[in-house]
Design a binder for this molecule. Sequence first.
Ligand code: HOZ
Length: 422
Amino acid sequence: MKISNSEAWFARAQEHIPGGVNSPVRAFRGVGGVPLFIARGEGSRIFDIDGNSYIDYVGSWGPLILGHRPPFVTDALREVIECGTSFGAPTAREVEMAELLTKIVPSMEMVRLVNSGTEATMSALRVARGFTGRDLTIKFEGCYHGHVDSLLVKAGSGMATLGIADTAGVPAGFANTTIALPYNSIAAAERAFAEYDDKIAAVIVEPVVGNMGCVPPAPGFLEALRALTARHGAVLIFDEVMTGFRVSFGGAQERFKIQPDMSTFGKIIGGGLPLAAYGGRADIMKKIAPLGPVYQAGTLSGNPLAVAAGLAMLKYLLAHPEVYETLEARSAQLTAWTPPGVTINRVGSMFTFFFTDRPVTDWESAKRSDTGKFAKFFHFMLERGVYLAPSQFEAGFVSAAHTEDDIRHTVEAAREFFDRPV
Ligand code: HOZ
């Protein structure tokens, strides 16, 4: 039997790349089979190296809120490429970016650009520890904040997909600085603060979780974290790598009207290139070198190409607030039905079909999903030209490039899955 081009390249990839991929969830271990090798993207679609086309709900795991290759992003890249790709020296666009970010996210008085969400959360945590002079961090089970040593405790995303509770290679001393609590449990957060009080440097949270699938904050949860951290002198960090510029232009903090002390951004901020940021209150950010004693640096930080792509993206979104209405309408169209045995969670254009009929509010309830059924659903949809995240424990993303026809096709294919005799 003739093997596909993706199969051939995946076999070759596994010779020299661990698992054949550069990020574990891409290996399809959560659903079985062979990952598609992608040749190109256009609007709402991706095309694999075998010439098949798919409606894409991964969107590079979140960045592509306007779909693949928006022309103003590619134009901005072309302009920069004529001038040089990296200088390791300040550029005007970085200042423009900082000015724009602090305008869009008012809780962020100062901001540093880095290259990935992992760098952003790692740096924000270090600054929070340097600012408070404390060591402990509270995080929530099923939340994922990149592959930061101390935060890979009960983490979501690939860790949840592969069933790795705590990764090897993290010294116990690092992991012991982290207190992992159930998401949405105000009582657990209160108990932790009662026990550890002035040892807690920071609470870091995905204000809407995307990394155990999409899980919204329960009413009062984010407010309680805000009040507890303020009362105990800890830094509240919103990890808005997924939610930033997505669940609202100003992120989850705008949507839920909570001001964190620090925030982290990634994905959309780079317009599809590797760019991320962390920032917050000026008194906290002034602890960073060269102003203060907390060190953080990077050769490619503020890279001209990435900043140009990100600026083009954010300026477009600023000028076109109607994008968020389109996203809301398309996402509602996608999720306005209840398949049997499924719970659909959605916040704005982030969504997950959980294969359980009980509400999913935290990692314990997310884990009840029937991942075997999810895998069948995933492949059924793939065969019908719909590309979903290859894991139950990842969010799906709708982009403004998805048309009503794309959504109609997706819903029809999904209905066919649930209507067919088992
Ligand atoms: N951590 C991202 C998913 N939650 C990235 C996955 C990938 O790029 O493979």
